[in-house]
Design a protein around this ligand. Structure first.
Ligand code: 13P
Length: 247
């Protein structure tokens, strides 16, 4: 059985000082519980300006971390972008790719996301690749078609012998308080699992994201093929993040 993953996406929140406070409190609280990290992987995704603060407190511990976005090239004339190679030098082990906010607001296309996933693999970082349908797509009965297409295109160059962390985040459930029902989550995760198996991915885990909270996390985590969560709002406070991580 692979470990359950609890990943915090802080989005555009927390100064470096606030990020440090979070990590110090988190470490103080969880290190009181022997075996807290047994059977689980904890990952923090701070904003780029706070990555160094998180790295300085987490590198070499059981707490993983990484950026919320990287550019598809390692370096060069790309003013304002963030480099995966620099994140690697800061000991990051993961990076988010294709979050729906990147797709929607910043118009990132599948082909670009494929390049980002491939670059991370070359550098030995684990992409946490996000997919998911909009409300209109769900209502049109296109959920699986959309998710499969996002995987077909965004993982085109992916080396399938390497680890993939996929995050299924229905766009309509993100930050809305509208969590997908257990039946909806179960259906999509089963189908995603089948797709990845059929397409010869050797080592993968599938996270759910969208209004995950301490009140619904136990029920969601019990669903087959839910290997953990990508958490936004409820991961901004140490107390609620720890409650979700406590299995
Ligand atoms: P919320 O947990 O705030 O709905 O955000 C989910 C998300 O977008 C995580 O990447």
């Amino acid at each position: 059985m692979s470990k359950k993953i609890f990943a915090a996406n802080w989005k555009l929140n927390k100064t470096p000082e606030e990020a440090r406070e979070f990590v110090i409190k988190f470490k103080n609280d969880v290190f009181k519980t022997p075996d807290f990290f047994k059977g689980k992987e904890v990952i923090l995704f701070p904003s780029a300006f706070s990555l160094e603060a998180v790295s300085s407190l987490c590198a070499g511990t059981a707490i993983g971390f990484g950026p919320q976005n990287i550019h598809s090239e390692k370096s060069g004339a790309f003013t304002g972008e963030n480099s995966a190679e620099v994140a690697q030098s800061m000991k990051a082990q993961y990076a988010l790719v294709g979050h729906s906010e990147r797709r929607e607001i910043f118009k990132e296309q599948d082909e670009l996301l494929d390049k980002k996933n491939a670059l991370l693999q070359v550098l030995g970082l684990n992409p946490v690749f996000c997919i998911g349908e909009s409300l209109a797509q769900r209502e049109a009965g296109k959920t699986l078609e959309i998710c499969f297409a996002q995987m077909d295109k965004g993982l085109k160059s992916f080396d399938k012998s390497q680890r993939l962390i996929l995050a299924y985040e229905p766009v309509w459930a993100i930050g809305t308080g509208k969590v997908a029902t257990p039946e909806q989550v179960a259906e999509v995760h089963r189908e995603l699992h089948q797709y990845l198996t059929k397409n010869a991915f050797k080592n993968f885990q599938i996270l759910y994201g969208g209004s995950v909270k301490p009140e619904n996390s136990k029920e969601l985590l019990a669903i087959p093929h839910v290997d953990g969560f990508l958490i936004g709002g409820a991961a901004l406070q140490v107390e609620s993040f720890i409650k979700i991580c406590t299995i």
